[in-house]
Design a protein around this ligand. Structure first.
Ligand code: PHE
Length: 340
């Protein structure tokens, strides 16, 4: 005869995943001929002093077996009613579309991370700005063509308010609030009233950098930007600074990186020059420092403004800027795997 413990062990091991197993369980543990029933009928033959505790144990086990049976029976019935009822559990599920990070966000984060490693702190500011922060504080003369309606989206009701045309507004906002040393990067969206083509869009993204302290030189700027270019595009990347003009920097330059699509040999993206322009930069004009309350005799600094779309096109080898704004998931999802 099996002991109580043996039967308990068997019950615990028993797997019920269909009606046949349920019936086997019933026959084995709950029917008239089951081992448990044999034990129950044995109670009367047990010596009187042990009878009570033996009887209790057998009865507890029987109750456990019964409630386990009831539970499993209900579970099987429920699953049947699901598949036969209003919900067809055998139906293929609608795929849950998981969104992907936008390539512009991926690259923006990557750029921020590189500059954060060398001590720059990210700050942001408003997309809608006033004339002072977009132009006047940045030393734009009254008649500068960038103030023209062609380039800037002004607000009809108030000609003093416009969508920012560059993130250089954040240079002003930062210097107005903080004295040097200043080392910030400013990621943001900018707007220009331009015709949309494969190379230009009326909305795009920039990352501004600003470094102000005592004795900051053009060489510091060059080293910082070279460090960035190598981290971003690989150690073999070369940079080239060309003289340029911005009202808010003196000296001003534009920086090209060697084209990583053709490796410098010449292709459509680099217009067969082997170089791609990715940023404007320069030493902050003393007038700008003074406009923002910083002593230009004591401090110098540099600023740069990077075009994120151009860098993203370079990195992912895409040739049409409009793709970044159409929000076609088939396009956007291709970059998901390269997100950190
Ligand atoms: N704001 C300039 C642009 O939008 C870029 C720039 C930033 C140039 C900082 C010099 C210094 O083209």
């Amino acid at each position: 005869m099996k002991t109580i413990e043996e039967i308990r062990g068997e019950i615990e091991q028993f797997k019920i995943d269909n009606n046949e197993a349920l019936e086997n369980f019933r026959l084995q543990f709950l029917s008239k001929k089951s081992d448990l029933q044999t034990l129950l009928s044995e109670i009367k033959n047990i010596p009187a002093e042990e009878r009570k505790s033996f009887g209790q144990k057998v009865n507890v086990l029987k109750q456990q077996a019964q409630s386990f049976f009831d539970e499993q029976k209900k579970r099987l019935e429920d699953s049947v009613s699901y598949s036969r009822g209003t919900i067809d559990v055998t139906c293929p599920a609608t795929a849950m579309e998981i969104g992907a990070r936008h390539p512009i966000s991926i690259v923006m984060d990557e750029v921020c991370t590189i500059f954060e490693k060398i001590g720059f702190t990210a700050v942001t500011g408003p997309d809608i700005e006033d004339d002072w922060h977009i132009f006047t504080a940045l030393n734009f003369p009254e008649e500068h063509p960038a103030r023209d309606m062609q380039d800037t989206f002004f607000i009809d009701q108030n000609p003093d308010i416009a969508l920012r045309t560059h993130t250089s507004t954040l240079q002003v906002r930062t210097m107005e609030r903080h004295q040097p040393p200043i080392r910030v990067i400013c990621p943001g969206r900018v707007f220009r009233n331009e015709a949309i083509t494969s190379r230009a869009h009326c909305i795009f993204h920039q990352l501004e950098g600003l470094y102000i302290d005592q004795n900051v030189s053009f060489a510091d700027m060059k080293q910082t930007l070279m460090f960035f270019a190598k981290k971003m595009f690989g150690e073999n990347t070369r940079i080239r600074l060309r003289p340029s003009y911005f009202p808010f920097t003196e000296t001003s330059a534009e920086m090209d990186v060697s084209c990583n699509i053709c490796g410098g040999k010449g292709c459509a993206l680099c217009k067969h020059t082997g170089w791609v322009e990715i940023l404007g930069c320069g030493m902050v004009d003393p007038n700008v420092l003074e406009n923002c309350g910083i002593d230009s005799n004591k401090y110098t600094g540099f600023a740069f403004g990077l075009g994120i779309e151009r860098m993203t096109m370079l990195k992912y080898k895409t040739n049409d800027i409009r793709l970044y704004f159409e929000n076609d998931v088939r396009f956007i999802q291709q970059f998901a795997s390269s997100a950190l």
